[in-house]
Design a protein around this ligand. Sequence first.
Ligand SMILES: *[C@@H]1O[C@H](CO)[C@@H](O)[C@H](O)[C@H]1NC(C)=O
Ligand SMILES: *[C@@H]1O[C@H](CO)[C@@H](O)[C@H](O)[C@H]1NC(C)=O
Length: 890
Amino acid sequence: MRTVYLYHLLYLLLLVAHLCSVSSWKREEFRNCNQTPFCKRARSRKPGSCSLIAADVAIADGDLIAKLIPKNPPLEEQEPIKPLILSLSVYQDGILRLKIDEDPSLDPPKKRFEVADVIVPEFLDKKLWLQRFSKETIDGDSEDSSVVYLSDGFEVVLRHDPFEVYVREKGGKRVVSLNSHGLFDFEQLRVKKEGEDWEERFKGNTDTRPYGPQSISFDVSFYGADFVYGIPEHATSLALKATRGPGVEESEPYRLFNLDVFEYIHDSPFGIYGSIPFMIAHGKARGTSGFFWLNAAEMQIDVLGSGWNAESSISLPSDQNRIDTLWMSEAGVVDAFFFVGPGPKDVVRQYISVTGAPALPQLFSTAYHQCRWNYRDEVDVEMLFPNPEEMQKKLAAKGRHMVTIVDPHMKRDESNHLHKEASNKGYYVKDATGKDFDGWCWPGSSSYPDMLNPEIKSWWAEKFSYENYIGSTPSLYIWNDMNEPSVFNGPELTMPRDALHYGSVEHRELHNAYGYYFHMATADGLVKRGDGKDRPFVLSRAFFSGSQRYGAVWTGDNTADWDHLRVSVPMILTLGLTGMTFSGADVGGYFGNPEPELLVRWYQVGAYYPFFRGHAHQDTKRREPWLFGERNTDLMREAIHVRYTLLPYFYTLFREANMSGIPVVRPLWMEFPADEATFSNDEAFMVGKSLLVQGVYTERAKKVSVYLPGRQSWYDLRTGTIYKGGVTHKLEVSEESIPAFQRAGTIIPRKYRFRRSSTQMVNDPYTLVIALNNSQAAEGELYIDDGKSFEFEQGAYIHRRFVFSVGKLTSLNIAPSAPGNSQFSSNCVVERIILLGHSPGPKNALIEPANRKAEIELGPLHLRGGNSPDVVTIRRPNVGIADDWTIKIL
Ligand SMILES: *[C@@H]1O[C@H](CO)[C@@H](O)[C@H](O)[C@H]1NC(C)=O
Ligand SMILES: *[C@@H]1O[C@H](CO)[C@@H](O)[C@H](O)[C@H]1NC(C)=O
């Protein structure tokens, strides 16, 4: 068994590496809020400084519309303020959409950018056409407010004076509100006056800002909330720390600006590779709510500590656990969504109904990926891979796949036919003067295709056909790197904000979505190649809301230290909460050389990441799992093997995410929303609803504290030892594993045989692990399809529910009957059923309808020895995984 390597994918970085001049994180390369005029200005505004009121309220096209106008007419020497147009629309499942933009009938200098292709078309069909609104006097306001229906339990209030929008429980408590502190501000586009200087300079770069200031900011409050979460990507805790307020150590706001940050630090609100402007609030008093601002410009978000606005004269409901936040964006429009929950899974579902559910990945991509950057130059690459097609075929014969890197920058060289074509067709992003933007990246002088243009997107997608992508085969998949985009000589290592895209959109307006469009075009390319039957796999570094529909992401260039191992867990949990469930961190840390102990611990945690990949920078020592001596190899092999045994469970969870958006890996509070002890726990996490994993994040740890939530018990995954729920256990740990538990009342399908790849496991038999609860009952699910194609969308899959109660296990079909002749079948059987928490005694099991008996054995789980309890195992029941059956314990 020793020689069996369980790695699955071989990543090859077919990169011609020109060493980058930037080698470690340099804070001064990046702007802070004070160096960013719109942020500095918004942050210094005083509560109550918004002087807008809502007027001319009416229903039009099923929306509630109004004008936002200044309360007092401007003084004579002041420029008149044009009214803004506000609209409120209501969608099924308790979703409110608020839009605020300039009035197009007043001829603004240009149309502000609205982010395209993020909202899924099905969402728009869920609009509830408003027919009427009612009037209500609030808090003795001089003017009435307008109230509209949102859902059975909730309604929306548009307060006219002062202007405010909020969602409340019917006739009662507030849930989420906007502009309760009067910080709303909307800089309208204007025509430059003589002598006015709109340019902005940062570190030798000049932003011409031809349209002048155009930022938007406002406050959002969450009621009955104890913590807020979300707004990735930041290397920080799961529960977001306050950035300002009394008793708070003031920090930068959370920045959303996609950047190629070398060696990012592990506890920081600075913006890194991706941005999802979606925040979730959760509290014991009210449950969960959410707020999503669809805007792709640079955003900065403050979480305000309680009491920050003590002097405010605005009367606010005296809700104690309110969390206030300040949202600031450089450009775009207000296109905001309010989600009422009330549970954590409801909020995620509401967000997913707007932005789409995660794609169902191919089965192979849910297994382990082995990756390294180490091929130094062209000659090296050629010597290593003289015949790429042959190599892929050899790997494919073992069930392995290969992934190559494809970046957006294109070398500006006449001998590069892609460049020639793109420049002739005018497919590149333009600079502020209208010429092809020319920036410095890996190949030197480079240009970037403009993925906002649908024509360019499909041109790009075609480049992945087997004819066009020379050397590619059906087992080859893609990784999009550097798509923030990374520009080594650009401001903050990215594209200048005044660069121009399709439709005269400024780069500043869509920056955070550039990588998203690139990822989308690449994934479309993989869908279309060949016969178009296979699901794509495209890993991306940059991401935006909606990226979950196109592939996986990872947390970028982390470092081989314990802090980065620790922070990987909240980072992945946050991505999952905001839709991006197929995510992981580079196991071992990209930069630096991990000690064997750290590497082993990282494999042990990483085996539970939804996206599980070992990867390293070219300057690091080789660190494939088999290079650290027999003992460490065994430990890492065991960690990887645990993942492979759980692949049927993971795949079932990926399908759940694909149907509902509920992430594969979840914070504890998502499963235990009333248990306050879980709210800020980001050391442990749930894999689905049945597994709890606690990482070990310190060197030479002998003991680890683990909080096990709920009233039910938990079973140690390796030994079957039972632990009480609702308490913190101080557990001894060895180097062999990290604490992981199966929740009582659940059934997990597993596959235990060692194979060279996940593809080779497809026909292996299953083991069902049943963890009984106090009422000697348990339940679980299994989803299976061909692991590859889109046929499952036509119903070609198996979906079973296993129910154990009163001494009997039943397998039930829960797949709706497939339309037409789309079917998927499997000859796999169940080779073993393990019952945790069952009293010893039974000798036999009776299988029906076959009316056969299977033997029952009593013994320690996996022969782990020690003082692990004996468990009851039904041996070789050999029932078909796709069939209906029951097994009675006798
Ligand atoms: C599930 O995944 C498939 C394939 O990736 C995708 O086409 C489909 O839209 C997803 N389902 C939902 C509900 O979004
Ligand atoms: C035990 O688990 C079953 C199946 O998950 C569940 O229906 C039942 O409510 C649980 N019993 C208790 C006491 O929690």
